[in-house]
Design a binder for this molecule. Structure first.
Ligand code: ZN
Length: 252
């Protein structure tokens, strides 16, 4: 018996698929050599190619606080952050995020080209999943937080563009180096990091996100593509530049 739940547009529909990766999708760990930045000691390191937070929810916290990527030198005990291509897989949220820290655009092309070798199950999963590529740990955490907030990252990126433009107008002289979606006290907003070390918060105006959704949902239909995509500030600038007329322009 299927039962429709009447509440809310953002109900968490459970994705029903059985993901059994084929041989090419086994995400085997790889060995790498690391040189300590402090003492120069070389050691071998096992890098995991995939983290499945549905099976290992405790690892999600480690990803979010960065400890997942911390490496401690066995000799001098120096701790350093080691980032490398990693698939963050949250089947419960139908979310797959590929961290591609080096030459992201090229790596993304190569990654999407590999789809030819994917199994039918994997392609089926890719069709229903939100498939994203990110450049760094900040972007990875941000995508996770957006999904946790129950929001669509495309509309969040567009909302960010509006909120950030407003913020800059109201905060002249502030040089932002990083702008990340974050909830504070249950409110959606942006944490904005300044060049001067300041960290400011800009809340999404009431109803903004919903307005962005209604403004853009026709233009940005749910994709049929199974490719990983970079949905970032550059992406939202392109979407905004492609608008045929000023958004929200009303005559009479
Ligand atoms: Zn060392």
């Amino acid at each position: 018996m299927s039962k429709e739940t009447a509440s809310g547009a953002k109900s968490d529909e459970k994705m029903e698929f059985d993901l059994k990766p084929g041989e090419n999708e086994q995400y085997k760990p790889v060995k790498a050599e690391i040189t300590c930045v402090r003492c120069g000691k070389k050691s071998e390191l096992t890098l995991r190619a995939c983290v499945n937070v549905s099976l290992h929810p405790e690892e999600k916290e480690k990803i979010l606080d960065g400890s997942f990527f911390q490496y401690t030198c066995p000799d001098c005990k120096e701790t350093m952050s080691v980032t490398y291509p990693l698939l963050y897989d949250d089947m419960g949220k139908a979310l797959m995020i590929y961290l591609l820290p080096d030459q992201t655009e090229e790596a993304l092309k190569a990654l999407n080209a590999q789809q030819k070798t994917w199994s039918a199950d994997m392609l089926k999963a890719a069709k229903v999943c939100t498939m994203r590529a990110v450049r760094n740990l900040h972007e990875l955490s941000e995508k996770i937080k957006i999904a946790d907030a129950g929001l669509d990252d495309r509309f969040v990126e567009l909302s960010k563009a509006f909120v950030f433009a407003q913020f800059i107008k109201q905060t002249p002289g502030f040089e932002a180096v990083l702008v990340l979606f974050e909830q504070q006290n249950g409110k959606n907003g942006l944490t904005i990091f300044g060049k001067d070390g300041r960290r400011l918060w800009a809340e999404f105006p009431e109803g903004l996100y919903e307005e962005v959704v209604s403004m853009f949902s026709d233009r940005l239909p749910k994709k049929e593509s199974t490719e990983y995509e970079l949905i970032d500030a550059g992406w939202s600038m392109k979407v905004l530049a492609d608008l045929p007329q000023p958004a929200g322009a009303e005559n009479g």
